[in-house]
Ligand binder design. Structure first.
Ligand SMILES: [Zn+2]
Ligand SMILES: [Zn+2]
Ligand SMILES: [Zn+2]
Length: 142
């Protein structure tokens, strides 16, 4: 067998194993049953999550954007992002909100929005409570 043939065979084997795992609802990294909705057992899911967390924490500590590794200076909403990715994130959130609003859905959670409002009751209450808190803070300052 040539090197190329070997690579193709290995690839085929990996794919077969992968699809077999999915069909049998087994973890793709070990023979244990996979958790519903994901392709990993609890151990391997936790392993993946811990790795992602550690990776993000390391980036954050180093002051690097979690998306592109460029210097980000400071965390924003608990995430380390450079200006470019922060703007992209904001833009996507804005677009998603506009889409929801056009469909008459809450711009925060996609539940049906209250009539003539852009948010569901739960989020309207949340915003009202938040505004009250801010107003109270301002009042206490003066
Ligand atoms: Zn596993
Ligand atoms: Zn970035
Ligand atoms: Zn909502």
């Amino acid at each position: 067998m040539t090197k190329q043939e070997l690579t193709a065979r290995d690839k085929g084997y990996c794919q077969t194993y992968y699809y077999k795992s999915i069909q049998e609802r087994k973890c793709v990294s070990c023979p244990k049953p996979a958790m519903p909705g994901i392709l990993k057992c609890k151990k391997h899911r936790d392993y993946g999550l811990a790795f992602a967390k550690k990776y993000r924490a390391a980036r954050k500590a180093a002051g690097l954007c979690t998306v592109c590794k460029k210097p980000a200076k400071k965390a924003w909403r608990g995430r380390m992002m450079c200006l470019k990715h922060r703007n992209l994130y904001l833009q996507r959130a804005k677009e998603a909100a506009a889409k929801n609003m056009a469909l008459g859905l809450c711009r925060r959670c996609k539940s049906p929005a209250k009539q003539d409002r852009t948010m569901c009751q739960k989020h309207l209450d949340e915003v009202t409570a938040y505004n009250k808190k801010v107003a109270l803070k301002r009042k206490n300052k003066n």
